[in-house]
Design a protein around this ligand. Structure first.
Ligand code: GTP
Length: 349
């Protein structure tokens, strides 16, 4: 090995800059952050010794190439045997690297105190008159401690991961409960609370006219009585599914309560009435086979009242008018759409 001197900076901030350049190279190659590895890669980025750089790059070209024995012998060849006995600067380099390490370790975890002590001890040895054997002993102690430090860091990291997994789980639960608060659990469409907000918003917008459809399943009590409450629930789910298919930027569907549904359409009365008619036909087309039988249930039908909001109209007033239209549809024989376009309840022909 040639006796070429490296020029080491005694300035701690310059040392930090080199260390910052060395670390990414070590990470890329999966080189463990032991003090002797730091020293080798520090010397490399400093371009202090081309022969060392060439050997390092040749021995550790990329991930998976690391060999601790090769690394350790390089360290002893380049630093201990060749330079350290004659070089107080090299000593300074190690002191500065170890000081940096001690600092970052001290910040990382409570339990790293023992490791910090070991580093201080090593620094102390290095500051004394050079004695290769003592340095070797101190470094091997340091390497041993590095292994346990790595274990500690791993425990610290998995603890952090566990905490962030817990936080992510809580966040998901919170989002789920916020979602649940606005969705009807049976039909999986918006519930009354979400409907109230959507209606308020639709009435607050000056840009588009808003219309409201109120839907009520016909003779649903009879349906429950004949086929059972569970079958009644199933019908509500199916009707909810029919409405869910219509949901869009301009159509908001919700379960209003019990066997009643509501649709807010951002459109004038005409198109809203056509939409209501489509819904009525779709519901009338539902065929439900009875469980364990070839028989189909009697038809499910719906009555629908439709109104268009007036400028500045309150949600309560609009709902009241839609309810009046719905009442007319029931009164008129059910399975029909009634659209009202004035305060006197005049039907749209
Ligand atoms: N299965 C089931 N039934 C419900 C639910 N919510 C409300 N109902 C039933 O819906 C029925 C509504 O009955 P009524 O208000 O008398 O009206 P209807 O029988 O539908 O008659 P019209 O509205 O006049 O056509 C009641 O029997 C309620 O028990 C529900 O979540 N599941």
């Amino acid at each position: 090995m040639t006796e070429k001197r490296m020029v080491f900076s005694e300035d701690l901030s310059t040392s930090s800059d080199y260390l910052r350049m060395a670390v990414p190279l070590m990470i890329q190659r999966q080189i463990p952050p032991t003090p002797h590895n730091y020293a080798l890669w520090y010397a490399h980025v400093q371009n202090a010794h081309p022969e060392l750089s060439a050997t390092l790059l040749e021995q550790f070209p990329g991930p998976g190439s690391y060999d601790p024995d090769v690394s350790e012998s390089l360290f002893f060849d380049f630093f201990i045997k060749t330079y350290l006995p004659n070089s107080p600067q090299a000593q300074n380099l190690l002191v500065s690297i170890l000081t940096q390490l001690a600092r970052s370790v001290a910040q990382s975890a409570e339990g790293s105190k023992a490791y910090g002590e070991s580093l201080k001890e090593t620094i102390h040895v290095l500051e004394e008159p050079i004695d290769s054997e003592r340095i070797r002993a101190a470094l091997s102690q340091l390497l041993e401690d590095t292994v346990s430090m790595e274990g500690l860091n791993n425990a610290f990291r998995s603890e952090l991961q566990a905490v962030s997994a817990e936080v992510a789980k809580l966040k998901k639960e919170l989002e789920q409960s916020q979602y649940n608060a606005r969705v009807d659990s049976l039909t999986k469409i918006a519930n009354r609370r979400a409907f109230n907000d959507a209606l308020q918003q639709a009435l607050g917008s000056d840009e588009e006219p808003a219309s409201l459809l109120l839907l009520d399943l016909d003779r649903f009590k009879q349906c429950n009585d004949t086929y059972g409450h569970l079958m009644g629930d199933r019908i509500l789910e199916i009707v909810g599914g029919v409405l869910a298919e219509l949901q869009s930027d301009s159509v908001f569907v919700a379960r209003y309560g019990g066997e009643e549904f509501a649709v807010i359409a951002t459109s004038p009365l005409g198109p809203a009435t056509e939409l209501a008619e489509r819904i009525r036909r779709k519901v009338a087309g539902i065929r439900i086979q009875r469980k364990g039988s070839k028989d189909f249930m009697g038809e499910v039908t719906v009555s629908i009242g439709v109104v268009q909001a007036r400028g500045g109209e309150s949600p309560d007033s609009l709902i009241e008018r839609a309810d009046a239209a719905l009442y007319r549809a029931k009164d008129g024989g059910r399975d029909q759409v009634v659209a009202l376009n004035d305060s006197h309840g005049t039907s749209v022909p």
